[in-house]
Design a protein around this ligand. Sequence first.
Ligand code: DGT
Ligand code: CA
Ligand code: CA
Ligand code: ZN
Length: 600
Amino acid sequence: MRNAEVAARIEEFADLLEAQGVEYKPVAYRRAADNVRDHPRAVEDLASEGGADAVAEIDRVGDAIAAKVVEYLDSGTIEELEELRAELPVDMAALTRVEGVGPKTVGKLYEELEITTLDELEAAAEAGEIRAVEGFGAKTEENIRENVAFAREAGRRQRLGAARPLADGVVEHLAAEDAVDRVDVAGSIRRWKDTIGDVDVLVASGSGGTVVDAFVDWPAADGTIEAGEQKASVRAGGVRVDLRVVVPEEFGAALQYFTGSKDHNVVLRNRAIDRGLKLNEYGVFDVSELDSDSAPGADADAADDAGGGDGADAGQRAGEHLGGADESDVYGALDLPVIPPELREGTGEIDAAAAGELPDLLAEGEIRGDLHTHTEWSDGGATVAEMVAAAADRGYDYHCVTDHAEGPGVFGDTGLSDAEVREQADAVAAAREEADIAVFHGVEANVDADGDVTTDDDLLAELDVVIASPHAALSQGDATERLVRAVEHPEVDVLGHPTGRLINERAGLDVDFERLATAAAAAGTALEVNANPARLDLHGDAVRAAVEAGAPIAVNTDAHSPGEFDNVRYGVHTARRGWAETADVVNARDADGLRTFLDG
Ligand code: DGT
Ligand code: CA
Ligand code: CA
Ligand code: ZN
């Protein structure tokens, strides 16, 4: 499926047009890109079956864009895009990662100062050249200077939400090969880390060459970085994807090793050494009978060097082979249950496993409804009835409509006035009549810079569910007391995307999560794990603080269209990274359980 890759090209078009000061068209291109990305069918299949006409069937994709999509799929380039790139030869992706710098700014800075890269941008800011450009001031220049480092760091890692569909795609592609016995992802993508350095894929097969050939022929691959007998790397949609092929007898050991994290593996290997065992990517070995000269290094650091390399020397497979086909061989040999990948960060999970105290983690499929969603009443793209129907189609037991209330950080006429919220209550009541599931009405209110919730208390009291979210003043220094005030508000049920971070774009609020979680637990207010892959807010470590303090958790997609319900898995796995149990999550409860929470 090449939808994400094609969408990225259309978005690049939008950026370059916007940088040239073209109006309206960029917005149209971005909408088209969103719909291509979310389309259930592979865009390359549409193109090969019905050409540009079939591609133009995708909502908001007109004939002009469809023709460009087909041109790209056929030739790998789009002539008009190449021309735009030549006119504006800038590193758009890197430059627009700087907070406050959009395509228009990039266009202007290129025109005036010929800035094309982050380094040049930083140098110009340091030299005071930016404030001299018309429309820019000292404050803008200062902001740019402060935000370049964050942007540079952000560029090195991809959002989970960008990498995960690629990982799913390559697994699906390889699983269809006869030569592939087993295939799975490893590394940070298997641990569902919020950002991904590269995607690691592991295959069990007796014929590495065939698998490597199939891998480099994966349609989403933009280019091959290297290809050997048992290993290969390609670039796909801006992400590096590493493949390793191992024999089936060693698949479990390799999967365990390459899933990491490195910290987890160090603790695990030391546990093996304590038992007279050796653990590496080839298996678990009993080395107690070996003489000390051929025994492996007695500490984990020495064993560390085992990584990499196509061929292992015999020493690494020395000793009695106890297993390695499955991960359970590895953990079992160390008297441990298999530890869920999300927990493998070396933060106490091995002790917990040894004590039989692993958490009963929330699972995909246990979420029974979304507490935070939008409709076209605010900035969503679907009607109340469409969102309710989509929730019912997913098998949810209930649905909550929580459009934006007007307030700080909610732009233009996006947010509903008090009168509009009351008017919407009637529309929700009508949808409730037609629905097979419970439908709750609420609002997403705003937490101002002081921690006040800016919607009228009387209105909040009329609603079934109140989300309160910070949308403004998102770089104010320590925001702990601000958020504590919000969770202590008697009408607030859920603190939405608590830090306001946007991964790789905005660091978000600085919060003492232990203190916030303690206050949330006392007030009975849920802390949200916002499943939008740009947010994943709270992040795993903060969830863990929340769970330890006994604060309720809500895993919400913040869906603005039915397609965005699918993001729920990112929220579930982020909650798992925070050791959240099913019982901690208020929207894993049934409708009565949820009512009890909301009324409490
Ligand atoms: P990433 O790609 O930066 O998001 O993070 P990972 O965890 O996927 O790291 P990566 O791709 O460098 O390596 C995958 C896993 O392989 C890693 O989590 C642990 C394991 N691994 C790789 N190299 C070493 C090593 O030198 N020592 C140890 N102990 N483990 C390694
Ligand atoms: Ca990786
Ligand atoms: Ca890797
Ligand atoms: Zn929202």
